[in-house]
Write a protein that binds this ligand. Structure first.
Ligand SMILES: C[S@@+](CC[C@H](N)C(=O)[O-])C[C@H]1O[C@@H](n2cnc3c(N)ncnc32)[C@H](O)[C@@H]1O
Length: 267
């Protein structure tokens, strides 16, 4: 069991280490609003769960451009910490907080790998939205993260679900899903609840005139950590066929698995 996990993790990590290379990040930015929807989906979920109401401190692991984080800090007046390995995103976060007059709210920053960061503060909310792929089944990092939670705080970790359209049609062999991670976390003694966040994506966004759109190719490339032209031809053909078939029926669903860990100590 363990060796199969390590194998999956190794497969997953190899392409992901290349994510930081420029072209894939451009693709990520291009398809962010239409195909990913991370910020609005999480904002809605946090509000529905009442997790944003008494928010005084937020730590983000891999915030990327940090739209959600900025909106939360602006609307709830909370302090902010982040760990981000990509210098371009560190600059973007710093610039947008400064521009919003919230520069002083940044109480902790780690510009580098989260694995090397030991938070000095405690946080009411910790977010890892689509960044945990880089860490995989790392129990000690999980423990360190949970230790940074303030009493009554929540750690939200989102990764792609097994039910996700892209996972089913292009990523399945890579194996690292929210459901698999949730099973592992339970076995390791990290109690949590698993939720699903769903978002509809227009089929015409992905396929036009019987072929994949550039946006779809870009998103697949990003998720696989490989430029489209570097994916072997038979695999590209298979992915394209699946996308064309599935989008014949109209819209498709992106599905994310959100693991919610709660620090049950009384505030
Ligand atoms: C897929 S993006 C998600 C960004 C943002 N959370 C969102 O939902 O749009 C993953 C983010 O994690 C960051 N990241 C990846 N590996 C990391 C690591 N080892 N330490 C810190 N940040 C990392 C990336 O630079 C990127 O900003």
């Amino acid at each position: 069991m363990l060796s199969s996990r390590l194998r999956l993790l190794a497969q997953w990590r190899k392409p992901l280490n290349r994510w930081a290379r420029g072209r894939l990040w451009q693709i990520y930015d291009q398809s962010y609003d239409s195909l990913l929807g991370h910020a609005p989906l999480h904002r809605r979920w946090l509000e529905e769960m009442g997790l944003s109401s008494e928010l005084d401190s937020l730590l983000s692991i891999g915030p990327g451009r940090g739209e959600l984080e900025l909106a939360l800090c602006r609307d709830y007046g909370c302090n902010f910490g982040y760990a981000e390995s990509h210098s371009r995103y560190c600059q973007a976060v710093e610039a947008s907080f400064k521009e919003a007059g919230l520069g002083e709210r940044i109480i902790e920053r780690h510009r580098g790998y989260y694995q090397n960061f030991v938070p000095q503060q405690r946080y009411k909310l910790i977010l890892s939205i689509h960044s945990w792929y880089s860490f995989g089944y790392d129990a000690s990092l999980m423990r360190r993260t949970l230790n940074a939670l303030a009493p009554g705080g929540s750690f939200i970790l989102t990764i792609t679900s097994e039910d996700d359209f892209f996972f089913l049609n292009a990523l399945k062999q890579q194996g690292f899903s929210a459901e698999e991670f949730s099973r592992w976390a339970t076995e390791q003694g990290f109690p949590h609840k698993l939720h699903q966040l769903r978002m509809s994506v227009s089929g015409s966004e992905l396929v036009a005139d019987g072929a994949l759109t550039d946006n779809a190719k870009g998103a697949i490339s990003f998720l696989k950590g490989k430029l489209w032209r570097k994916i072997p031809q038979p695999e590209r053909q298979q992915i394209e066929q699946r996308f064309v078939q599935t989008t014949q029926h109209g819209d498709v669903e992106r599905v994310y698995g959100l693991l919610h860990f709660h620090n049950t100590d009384q505030p």
